[in-house]
Design a protein around this ligand. Sequence first.
Ligand SMILES: C[S@@+](CC[C@H](N)C(=O)[O-])C[C@H]1O[C@@H](n2cnc3c(N)ncnc32)[C@H](O)[C@@H]1O
Length: 452
Amino acid sequence: GKPFHPSGNFQEKSPFWCLDGLSEENVRGVMARSVCAKSAFELWGHGHTHSELRTSLLNYPSENMSPFMHKDSTYRINVYTFNKTLEFVDRIKRIDALEYLSFEGAVSLKSPQHIFCLLEDYGTDPNDIPEHPNYIYFGRWIADGQRELIRSHSVKNRHFIGNTSMDAGLSFIMANHAKVNENDVVFDPFVGTGSLLVACSHFRAYVCGTDIDYNTIHGRGRSSRTNQKWRGPDENIRANLRQYGTEEMYLDVMVSDASKPVWREAALFDAIITDPPYGIRESTRRTGSHKDVTRPPDGIYLESHVPVSQAYHLSDIFTDLLNFSAHHLVMGGRLVYWLPVYRPEYREETVPLHPCLRLVSNCEQTLSSHTSRRLITMEKIKKPEEIDSLAPLADPRFSPYQGHNAFREKYFSGLNKRCREGGQQTERKSHWRHLSPVREQSPNIQTKRQHV
Ligand SMILES: C[S@@+](CC[C@H](N)C(=O)[O-])C[C@H]1O[C@@H](n2cnc3c(N)ncnc32)[C@H](O)[C@@H]1O
């Protein structure tokens, strides 16, 4: 919630960002959540050369330095380089060259009270590493980010996974965009194997979800691991949370179709965070017969439990998701989801909007030269009963999202091309296998659903 200001020569692509306006406490708060930031420092000096750095450091107010340099303190200096590895002797030389700083305390390599860092930036091109750094920074270390979570929660070592399990880093980023906090209630309507719930439960939120797939919710059926044919006992979302010590945050998951309103009309969730199906690796389905083509007006639930499935168009998925969020998020609660886009046709105006939700951010993850998905974050600013019923008609962006057709078409034409060029039949087959349930329902799966 604290605004901060990038410095004058701020470059988004640079691995080093200088930010003004944050207290040390703010910085600790950010770093306690960020899986993108590596470390944060209080900047004492900087420059293009070591001589510029020296001038800059000697100009830094001594009253800001002295609390960390007095004779009763212990300290250590680290040297970090970006895009170059320095020999040990060169690191020592760098540290020795800082003798103009009046450290009065004792060096402690194992448990220093204060850690200082010299950071050298050698650019971002590994094929063009300059001899001397492009820029140098020196500062007092404040905190590390949470990048370790990416390793500790890697899906490679997760108990229960599926073909579309969301990677740990992105799941934590989504939880952060949703501002998930302790004791929040978070819902994922397309929960799959629950990767997003795992990340949210790490931040002590209570989590729940739905998925149309009986096997996924009940942890049955074919395993997604190469060396295992069937899922083993206790391969389910609850067991995933147990693996990370957050089982007490598990509310429940259930088999349910996201296109059908099964929840009572109330603001139930602090955040809705999801990765809807794109029909690429998993089917987009909803319950209903093929004759059932007319959609009921929003908010009106027809008593029509029809336990066969039909294609669930992506445009409807996003319209339903935004409507659902407008009705079931608490005020100020956030919706965070992925939107597939065909890059050549993408325009910011194609991102679906809703009069009750404010678009907070829109970030791209490139998948190929022509396809990407965008992480969309929205915040509830109005109750549905407060909006003018004609507003959705006035703005074309309130109408269903259309960008997915080109996305799917391009994804598959790219895939077929790669298969032709590389003869990778297996890749192609496996993709079509995940798609096939959309078109041909296996009768016994339908039977199972009838009982749900
Ligand atoms: C991209 S996956 C979600 C993966 C999930 N984030 C995970 O980490 O495993 C989309 C999920 O949506 C489910 N799905 C498809 N159509 C659905 C519908 N109409 N209602 C609810 N879930 C649906 C699929 O079964 C699939 O598990």
